[in-house]
Write a protein that binds this ligand. Structure first.
Ligand SMILES: Cc1cc2nc3c(=O)[nH]c(=O)nc-3n(C[C@H](O)[C@H](O)[C@H](O)COP(=O)(O)O)c2cc1C
Length: 202
């Protein structure tokens, strides 16, 4: 059985680096709004202070194109924020089984607790999401049972103080498109402004 049973016409991006790059930007932008896309929930890896990898699923909240930067929202008390504050190396991975595309992104991470980006992100956050940040017991704290974390809206205002934005600036990208006639693998590296791409043996 071939991995992909795709039939002609093949996607135009298959053997075209410029179109592949376009496809990456398109898929990432679509992932922000499209909850059914795998690009909506990338796996984001960071490095612990001990030098070990740590990875978790995150909702992709925004994409800036110049320079290419992914935006995530999180609790400032979470382990990943501490890790990124000590080591900015991050890595994002997405596999969409519907379109047979894997994307691997080498990133430089930044935490924004305040400032314009964080304020705008918070202002766009819905009440339901805000409630997560009103939990007094910080993420990762041991509790006796599920549901035992203390929810204290009256003490924690709107939860704004616990809200942070994680920015992942993309430095390098690796694309893999699975196809029966031969997988297409490409690498894109960021130069002074533009991306330079090349094909790789899969
Ligand atoms: C589908 C899905 C989406 C998630 N989205 C987020 C998110 O946007 N932000 C976040 O902080 N955690 C999110 N989580 C929880 C994280 O995966 C993780 O468990 C949590 O943030 C603690 O991670 P840390 O201890 O490495 O900081 C999500 C989990 C799942 C399963």
């Amino acid at each position: 059985m071939p991995i992909s049973a795709e039939k002609p016409p093949f996607p135009a991006f298959y053997d075209d680096l410029d179109l592949t790059l376009e496809e990456i930007f398109k898929r990432l932008s679509d992932g922000v709004r499209n909850r059914r896309s795998a690009f909506h929930t990338p796996a984001l890896a960071t490095v612990t202070p001990q030098g070990a990898p740590d990875v978790r699923t995150m909702v992709l909240r925004g994409v800036e194109t110049s320079p290419l930067t992914l935006r995530f929202h999180t609790d400032i008390r979470s382990g990943k924020v501490d890790q990124v504050s000590q080591n900015p190396n991050g890595f994002c991975e997405i596999y969409d089984s519907n379109c047979k595309i894997q994307l691997r992104l080498t990133c430089r991470m930044t935490v924004l607790g305040d400032g314009e980006t964080a304020e705008r992100a918070w202002s766009e956050t819905r009440a339901m999401s805000r409630a997560c940040y009103q939990i007094e017991t910080g993420p990762g704290t041991e509790i006796p049972a599920p549901g035992a974390a203390v929810y204290a809206p009256e003490r924690l205002d709107e939860g704004r103080a616990n809200f942070a934005v994680l920015m992942a600036e993309v430095m390098k990208m690796e694309w893999l498109y699975l196809a029966a006639r031969g997988h297409a693998r490409a690498r894109f590296e960021r130069g002074a402004g533009d991306w330079t791409g090349c094909w790789l043996a899969p």
